[in-house]
Design a protein around this ligand. Structure first.
Ligand code: BGC
Length: 539
């Protein structure tokens, strides 16, 4: 062992020895979670802006007096609403896909910093806009930036967080998303009555601040050691890991963790070698879909999990809440209500910090889906039976808030935590990128079609739309039961092994019993002492 006695393989239990979690580690991860703020803010501010009088007057060239004389005519038409809202997710979709490659080529940290730059450019264009074209272009470009950040922050955080608190730390990212959404609706609420362009320009321009803080802060954080292992630079990986864990580079903790990361990487590369750019993309889809450990199965799992998260219908409330509440008729201040839903979202998310580590990922997603199903069907049933009655409307709003509570404490963070954990290192950055892109793709699809389903001059579903979300949440429940493995408390390398040896339903009982370093025959002197056997590398 560098700087100490040589420990033969197996004399130290590599499954258990690990560095204590330091405050510094927490702070580093918490800072990275800040990326969630501009994800949330950027997707959240638009709902309020689309309902602002000054914005409608400027972008629709309408007479402001129409707002009182003919409020039904004083709106942004459905096609424009869906274009403005969804274009961000379209940009984010492509941004997230590209980010996977950039994260492997230039590093996780550098890609996030680049994302902040792109985002600022997009925000400047949006702030300057007073017509549809520039606003849409700005949102598309900002979307690219958000895509970079949202895909790579998850990767980065999952890779640097210690296993015991990884779920809680990645949930911190979701917490920041919710804070971003809430800040956006508070700022909208504060500026909505302004009679100048500040009404929409202030909420838009403020976002630059988040990008500047994140981009600057990341300069001071270390790169992910797993990135350096991919690059065959073990010394840089050692240096980065020692900073993250707060231990000497030659300490036993660092040595063990590094060996395990490296051995796992070698193992995965032995199973499915990566022989070129296209090959490494194709690797994400190799293997037998019915085998829980195959790459294709993991890719399908990550992308479908994010799809299911969007199918819960949560963004219907956050993107179109203001207009939906207006439609319910008896509501005095729809802006205020939207703000309340975002506050419920923020306050409920921290429950997941504890629950995701204590209860585990699988039960959390199962219970969350069940809770949402119940609330959504109640809202839909009240809506069709007694929709016009003010008491019924209050009950609907209460159940919408309870539904947000269930989402925020379970599926909101859970989906991000799981996608950061299920991919082996050779395909991790692309797997997380594809999964994040799927989140944005479905986000985009839902924001394009929702106004057509709900608006009174279109499908006019109104509250009945909750029957759709309720049915989709039922799918999410069944999906979780059959497909989501339990990853709580395992290192990313142990997750890899667990997925190889169990099925989702038996995964919770799995215990680590060997290390990749042992299997690959790596000892503390860094030497491969035995070639892996064929049985060891067969999937
Ligand atoms: C989702 C977003 C959603 C947010 C609400 C995130 O996990 O991916 O689409 O707006 O949660 O808190």
């Amino acid at each position: 062992m560098p700087g100490g006695a040589v420990s033969p393989v197996g004399s130290v239990d590599a499954r258990r020895v690990e560095a204590p979690v330091t405050v510094k580690t927490y702070l580093m991860c918490a800072f990275a979670a800040f990326g969630g703020i501009f994800f949330g803010y950027d997707s959240g501010y638009i709902s309020g802006v689309l309902g602002m009088e000054y914005f409608i007057t400027t972008f629709e060239h309408l007479d402001p007096s129409l707002a009182t004389t003919n409020p039904d005519a004083f709106v942004v038409p459905s096609w424009k609403k869906s274009l403005i809202v969804s274009i961000l997710s379209a940009g984010t979709f492509f941004g997230a896909l590209i980010a996977g490659d950039l994260a492997d080529w230039f590093g996780r940290r550098t890609t996030v910093i680049a994302g902040c730059f792109v985002f600022v450019v997009g925000v400047i264009l949006q702030t300057a806009s007073s017509s549809l074209g520039l606003l849409v272009a700005g949102r598309l470009i900002a979307g690219f930036g958000v895509g970079f950040v949202s895909a790579v922050i998850i990767l980065y955080m999952s890779e640097i967080a210690p296993r015991k608190v990884r779920g809680a730390i990645v949930s911190g990212y979701q917490f920041c998303i919710t804070i971003g959404l809430m800040l956006a609706s508070c700022v909208d609420y504060a500026t909505e009555h302004r009679t100048d362009s500040g009404s929409y320009r202030i909420p838009i321009a403020l976002q630059m601040l988040w990008a500047v803080i994140l981009g600057t802060g990341l300069f001071f954080l270390p790169e992910s050691p797993r990135y350096f292992i991919r690059k065959n630079n073990k010394e840089a990986a050692r240096e980065a890991l020692s900073r993250i864990r707060g231990q000497a580079p030659d300490s036993e903790y660092i040595e063990l963790e590094l060996n395990e990361i490296e051995a796992n990487y070698q193992y995965e590369m032995a199973v499915i070698p990566d022989t070129g750019y296209f090959d490494s993309w194709i690797n994400c889809f190799r293997g037998n879909i019915f085998h829980p450990n195959s790459n294709v199965r993991r890719t399908v799992l990550g992308t479908s999990l994010q799809m299911m998260q969007q199918w819960t219908g949560v963004n219907f409330v956050f993107y179109f809440g203001t207009t939906f509440f207006k439609q319910l008729g008896t509501i005095q201040n729809p802006f205020l209500l939207s703000m309340i839903t975002t506050i419920v979202n923020v306050c409920s998310t921290p429950i997941s910090f504890y629950a995701i580590e204590k209860v585990g990922r699988r039960p959390l997603l199962l219970w969350g889906a069940l809770g949402m199903v119940v609330c959504q069907f109640i809202v839909a049933i009240i809506g069709v039976t007694d929709g016009g009655n003010p008491h019924a409307v209050s009950a609907m709003i209460a159940f919408i808030c309870i539904y947000i509570f269930f989402f925020a404490s379970t599926w909101g963070p859970g989906a991000w935590v799981v996608i950061g954990e299920i991919f082996p290192l050779p395909i991790r950055s692309r797997g997380v990128a594809l999964s994040t892109a799927s989140n944005w793709l479905w986000n985009c699809i839902i924001s394009v079609i929702t106004p057509y389903m709900v608006d009174s001059d279109q499908g006019n579903l109104g509250a009945k739309v909750f029957f759709i979300w309720g049915s989709l949440c039922t799918c999410a429940f069944v999906y979780t039961y059959f497909l989501i493995p339990e990853t709580k408390g395992l290192t990313l390398e142990q997750v890899d092994k667990m997925m190889e040896e169990t099925t989702p339903r038996t995964s919770a009982g799995w215990k680590p019993h060997s290390t990749f370093a042992e299997e690959m025959g790596v000892n503390y002197n860094d030497k491969v002492v035995a070639e892996p056997t064929v049985a060891q590398i067969e999937v």
